[in-house]
Design a protein around this ligand. Sequence first.
Ligand code: NAD
Length: 249
Amino acid sequence: MTQKTIIVTGAASEAGLGFATARMLAREGHAIYLTDLDSDAVEARASELRGEGLTATAMVQDVTDAAAWTELVDTVKKDTGRIDGLVNNAGIAVLRYMADLEEASWDKQIDVNLKSVYLGCRAVLPVMEAQEAGAIVNLSSVAGLVGIAGTAAYAASKGGVRLMSKSIALEVAAKGIRVNTVHPGVIWTDMQKVAIADNPDGYDAINAAIPMKHMGEPDDIAHTIAFLLSDGAKYITGAEFVVDGGLTA
Ligand code: NAD
């Protein structure tokens, strides 16, 4: 298989979806750029992969910062001459009912979850257009498909990711570039641990509400992303892949 160059954002969390994806793609033989705000953790994750003999580079990046995207794309282009894949994974969730939803929290979730995807796509598309090839996977959520009380800002950001991705997909489809979204249900990562921190019954209650009766694993999402980046998905664009154990069926 030809080695691809793929950027995965938000890849520093050891139990997170970004690192699971980076690890799976690296084990498939691709050169992975792991980015995150957390400099020590992202370097530790990349070094873990290099320890397995894989090709992985850590970059510190705030995905809400346009200049950081330019720097990242310039570095990857200089190192490898191409960008075959981008996984816009970095995200935050602050669950609040509307009555308690502060403007700053709204702004932050829209910036980190939605604006970042706009900035990331805008930064890599010229490189992919010049190559006449590339694939982008944007992380949405089941909260980008159906209403969930307490998630107004998060849902707005993830619903925005879904339709922005479809619009971009249509703009670049004829140029050999594919753009798709993945919609995880409940996957046991730090994000979920924080979300249910105040509710000791939360873990069992979530499992009970899922038709398959258990949360997903990060690798369940990584497999889907790896497929969407692969040549096996070469006729798939503007699509949404729901990975939720039946939660929204
Ligand atoms: P996580 O909290 O475990 O990891 C998110 C990572 O993003 C962290 O390493 C964090 O440092 C990084 N990050 C946050 N803000 C950043 C910024 N401004 N710039 C760069 N990096 C930043 O989260 P996760 O559960 O692995 O979620 C990954 C993605 O999947 C997110 O977009 C999330 O919304 C989405 N998602 C997760 C679930 C779930 O159940 N875990 C469900 C649906 C969607």
